[in-house]
Write a protein that binds this ligand. Structure first.
Ligand SMILES: Nc1ncnc2c1ncn2[C@@H]1O[C@H](COP(=O)(O)OP(=O)(O)OP(=O)(O)O)[C@@H](O)[C@H]1O
Length: 248
């Protein structure tokens, strides 16, 4: 039976007179890859920020595994197993690939105790090296992140979000600025995380081909609202979606 991991209900966010998110509802089931698409400024990032606790919603609720987590802090959401990437890279250039992965794992656990009293690596070195392998960075674990190509840094950024076995991962434009070869790699790696490691995630992305070929279901947002949701094939075939993108 499918179990909802995330349930967003009537979520809204106002910035003064600007209604960035306007009553959005959707569910993400275990093992799903949900895509969120929509024109620039339609509220996708604000929606992520409200789910993750970076912003407090003006209205609506967020439930994780059935528990109301509306307004919880990002740290509390991390501890509950929700992690994210941002549009801009969040890797530490001076640290190695392995160190970046370990740090991300520590952050997701949110455990000061393990940081203060546990082993220096919080027992995460093996997992970091495994994750580097999964994301095709296994030969670069000791390399400084800042010395990697942009595409490799995006791979690392995505890999970091999957450290410490998160329940749900929110990826904000993982494909942005990545060249075609690395894009195929990234998509394949995300598929592996889903198929072999059971990861559930939500992806905001402008690259339509990427979303349509990766996601099991897609939500289309326009002006803060959900215009429609469906399988990639249903979304592609919907005239209202074409209108939203191309104007008329
Ligand atoms: N902190 C803020 N203060 C005021 N307005 C904001 C703030 N953050 C976002 N907005 C506005 O809210 C709306 C939604 O922005 P948001 O960044 O969520 O859209 P988006 O779909 O993620 O855009 P993009 O695809 O360009 O990243 C926009 O009109 C934006 O200008």
């Amino acid at each position: 039976m499918t179990r909802p991991v995330l349930e967003v209900s009537g979520l809204a966010k106002h910035f003064g007179g600007v209604v960035a998110v306007d009553g959005v509802s959707f569910t993400v089931n275990e093992g799903e890859i949900l895509g969120i698409i929509g024109p620039n400024g339609c509220g996708k990032s604000t929606l992520f920020n409200c789910i993750l606790g970076q912003l407090t919603p003006s209205a609506g609720t967020v439930r994780l595994d059935g528990t109301d987590v509306t307004g919880a802090t990002p740290e509390a959401m991390n501890r509950r197993g929700v992690s994210r990437t941002f549009q801009l890279l969040q890797v530490f250039p001076e640290l190695s690939v392995r160190e970046n992965l370990i740090l991300a794992g520590q952050e997701h656990r949110g455990s000061m105790v393990s940081r203060l009293f546990g082993p220096g690596d919080a027992g995460l070195t093996n997992e970091a090296d495994r994750m580097a392998e999964v994301f095709r960075l296994g030969h670069l674990t000791r390399a400084k992140a800042g010395g990697l190509s942009y595409g490799q840094q995006k791979l690392l950024d995505a890999a970091m979000a999957f450290m410490a076995g998160p329940r749900l991962v929110l990826l904000d434009e993982p494909a942005g600025g990545v060249n075609l070869t690395m894009l195929a790699d990234l998509k394949e790696r995300l598929r592996v995380m889903n198929a072999e490691h059971g990861a559930t995630f939500v992806v905001i992305e402008h690259n339509m081909d990427f979303v349509m070929s990766l996601c099991t279901r897609v939500i289309v947002m326009v002006e803060g609202k959900v215009l429609m949701s469906g399988t990639p094939a249903e979304v592609r075939a919907d005239p209202a979606v074409l209108d939203a993108y191309l104007g008329h």
